[in-house]
Design a protein around this ligand. Structure first.
Ligand code: 5RP
Length: 226
């Protein structure tokens, strides 16, 4: 199977995983990216089984609405039972790097608000140590050069993702050359740099469950039991 087929398989497995948990009152958070897109397309057949979705990006909102799925603002969601999203990297603790699609801030907000975060990824995303994938950092545009210097001082090599403006009007720095052995500490440290909106480490709020698409089938990993 190629990577696209693995993403499709894991999206289908996510449907099987979540549908028994859905009730007519459920509001579910939806991520961003190609794996999340496969999930949205499969979710359409189940749209009568839940109340509404909260999207983590304008792109996902558009795709959900195109399928006739009701999308509401997070501020209008009293409770978010589930959040389903892809990742750029995951380690054995289900700590993630996200933001390849520049949606990291809204993704982090929706993940924080959700009771259960289900990460869906193909096997290429599983790594021993996070950081081979450059860490996305969303910044206030006027702070870009300052934040880049601070990230260099931390040992990283930040590269400006030119031409990309996030849904929040931010810019993205992709930070290369970080071997992330202490993800929670680094997530906190980078978020404390003035001008940073957020960074793509999902370590303080890691995934609760990982569905991983492998050649041998989709494997299920729970936090603390991988
Ligand atoms: C978007 C993300 C995505 O979840 C991540 O980039 C993975 O994308 P894909 O499913 O296309 O491989 O964090 O900001």
């Amino acid at each position: 199977m190629n990577q696209e087929q693995l993403k499709q398989a894991v999206a289908r497995a996510a449907i099987d995983y979540i549908t028994p948990k859905l009730t007519p009152d459920s509001i579910i958070g939806i991520g961003t990216g190609s794996t999340a897109n496969f999930f949205i397309d499969d979710l359409a057949a189940h749209k009568k089984q839940f109340k509404a979705a909260v999207a983590s990006s304008d792109a996902s909102e558009e795709r959900l609405k195109a399928h006739g799925i009701t999308v509401i603002d997070l501020n209008d969601a009293p409770k978010l039972a589930l959040y389903i999203d892809g990742a750029d990297e995951t380690n054995a603790h289900l700590e993630l790097i996200k933001g390849g699609g520049a949606a990291l801030t809204r993704e982090k907000i929706v993940a924080a608000a959700a009771t259960e975060f289900i990460c869906i990824a193909d096997a290429s995303k599983q790594v021993e140590t996070l950081g081979n994938f450059p860490l996305p950092v969303e910044v206030i545009p006027m702070a870009r050069a300052y934040v880049a210097r601070e990230l260099q001082a931390l040992g990283g090599t930040p590269i400006y993702r030119e031409g990309v403006i996030t849904d929040n009007g931010g810019h993205i720095l992709d930070v290369h050359d970080l071997a992330i052995t202490q993800p929670i500490e680094l997530e906190t440290q980078i978020n404390h740099i003035t001008g940073v909106i957020t960074n793509g480490l999902f370590a303080k709020r890691s995934a609760d469950v990982l569905l991983l698409g492998t050649e041998q089938g989709v494997t299920v990993h729970s936090k603390g039991k991988t």
